[in-house]
Each structure stands twice: as C-alpha cells, then as structure tokens.
Design a protein around this ligand. Structure first.
Ligand code: SF4
Length: 322
C-alpha cells in the first residue's frame, strides 16, 4: 500500500463538462461529478468507453475548460489560475496518455522528448546536466542511456509507455493523471507498467488518478475507486470494499465480467449481462441514467434522479435501492 496522508491534494466539486453540438444540443460528457484524491493515494476511475472518465481527467488538468463546478489542486481553483500559477500547475501535474504510439513525437529523439519540459521550465543549466537528468529518468523507468539518442519508432509498445512515464516524471510532479496507460499494451506488458507505476509511487510519494475501462487492473493499483456511467459517478469506495461488496447494479455487472482464477468459483458464479449499449449523452435517460440497462429498475427510477449518498462510511452510491 502507498504512503497516504489524509490531506486532500485534489478536490473535484460538482464538475460539469458539456460539449456544444448546436444551439441547444450538448453532449453532457461529465455531469456533476464530485470526489477528492488524498496525498499519496491512487484513485481509480472506471467505466465503459464514453462514460466521461477521460473527459474528467482532461478537465482536471485543464486541457478542457469546465462548464461548471470546481477543481481544487493544492488549495487553489485550477480553472481560476493566472498565467504564472498555470505555469507552476503544469509542472506539478502531468499526464500519461493511453496511446504510447501517438503521444510521442516521431521526429524527436527520446532525449528531446523527455527533456522538453525541463527546457520549458528552465530546469537544466547546460547540455551535460540535461543529458544526465534524461539518463537518470531513463534508468528510473527501466531503460538505459543508449536509448536517449533513438527515435520512438525503434521501441516496443511497453518501452514507449516507459518513455511516456519518464517524460511525466521529468518535472518531479506531485500528481499524475494516467489515462488508460496500459490499454494499448500487450497483456504480458500491462502488469510490468502497472508495477512500475506502483514502485514510482512508493519511491516518490506520487498521487495518481488512474483511468481505465478494465476494472480488474484498476482494482490492483487503486486505493479507492469511482465508477462512472454516462457522465455520472454511480459508486465510490475503497477498492477492497468495492470488490467484496459492490452496491450499484452497474458496478455489480462490471465485476461479474472479470474472470476469477479459481475454476470452481468461475464455473459456479452468475454473470450479469448488460443489455444494449450505453445511451447517448446528448439525450440521457430521465431519472437514473442506468435504468435502460438495469435489471432492478422500478417506476421511480425513470422519475427521480437518485441521490449521491454515503451509505456506509466512505462508501457512496447513487441508486434508489439504497
Ligand atoms: Fe437500477 Fe433504479 Fe438503482 Fe438506477 S436507481 S441503478 S435503475 S435500481
């Protein structure tokens, strides 16, 4: 487990991000999402593709402006930062992207990719210092100094993601948003990258937002998990509690799709098959957004938006069953 403190590093309050399609049509990608991340914690955000988890991450780091709500980082409202504060924020908060193939500039050497942030922030005095820092970062992520002069196409997917991690570490950030960092990698490489992220967290006291659609990997790395569905958070609690006692029917369905290593348990358990696709975020269902796919839906689910409630200490859920 990680060295956590009770101090909140990130507070996301009633965050909304709508994308305008026409005069009165909006994609409600993130709609009233609230959670916080403590210093040294890994918070996992999980849900199917299109649920708004990546948009949440990108709005936290201000790649998108928020439509409404607040993101507080280290006590300051991210969306109200002035230019100088934004410069510092860009040093403290880094992102690791999903696709290591697309996120590295193919025309730059590995050294230039990793050192770009160091150059922008004026953190190295000369070429020797720059090279030494890049080599140190390469070694931290399990690569070596000979890799510095090469180009991204000369590396495997797992190695490219290691370069992406070295780039994110270059500025000694406090907080890293890892947006589907392992989805594009072979299964055999995924665990290596996750273990590297865990090790770096131990060594450097990092705080992570780990975004993924695969709940089995999220549960392995996260201290707490938030489950998103169609722009809303539907459940949030500690990872172990979520796995042992999932409350929301959507979380139960996601977990029932994860294979269990024990063949006896695997054969005897019941799978919950979700009907249909995720509805459009342009015109989401009334009441509970999950009701069109929920086996427990009752009439009030179409009428009333379920309240976001703390049903046990630290265990939040939005569902009329509780
Ligand atoms: Fe299902 Fe109703 Fe709960 Fe929504 S509020 S998850 S439709 S039971």
């Amino acid at each position: 487990m990680t060295r956590q403190s009770n101090e909140k590093l990130v507070e996301v309050k009633n965050l909304k991000k709508y994308f305008r399609l026409s005069r009165n049509q909006y994609v409600k990608a993130v709609d009233n999402v609230t959670f916080d991340i403590k210093q040294g914690e890994t918070f996992g955000l999980v849900g199917e593709s299109g649920c708004g988890k990546s948009t949440t991450g990108r709005t936290i780091i201000r790649l998108y402006d928020a439509t409404d709500g607040q993101v507080i980082f280290d006590g300051k409202d991210v969306h109200q930062l002035n230019r100088k504060e934004m410069f510092d924020f860009n040093k403290d908060v880094q992102m690791i992207f999903q696709d290591p193939y697309a996120s590295l500039n193919p025309r730059m050497t590995v050294e230039d990719i990793i050192a770009e942030g160091l150059d922008i922030h004026g953190l190295v005095a000369n070429q020797k210092e720059r090279r030494d820092r890049v080599v140190e970062l390469l070694e931290t992520v399990g690569l070596n100094k000979d890799h510095a002069v090469r180009f991204p196409h000369e590396f495997s997917g797992g190695q490219r993601q290691r370069i992406g991690i070295a780039r994110a570490l270059a500025l000694d950030p406090k907080f890293i948003i890892a947006d589907e960092p392992i989805s594009a990698l072979d299964v055999s490489i995924q665990a290596q990258v996750v273990n590297l992220l865990k090790q770096l967290q131990q060594d450097k006291g990092l705080t992570y937002l780990f975004i993924a659609h695969d709940i089995s990997m999220v549960k392995y790395i996260s201290d707490r998990i938030g489950v998103m569905y169609l722009g809303n958070l539907v459940e949030m609690t500690e990872s172990e509690k979520l796995i042992e006692d999932p409350l929301h029917p959507y979380t139960q369905a996601l977990l029932s799709a994860v294979p269990i290593a024990d063949p006896h348990t695997e054969r005897s358990r019941e799978r919950i098959i979700l009907k249909g696709d995720v509805p459009s975020p342009i015109d989401p269902p009334s009441g509970c957004r999950f009701r069109t796919r929920c086996a427990h839906a009752k009439p009030e689910c179409a009428e009333i938006v379920p309240e976001w409630k703390e049903v046990h200490k630290g265990h939040w859920v939005a569902c009329h069953l509780y």
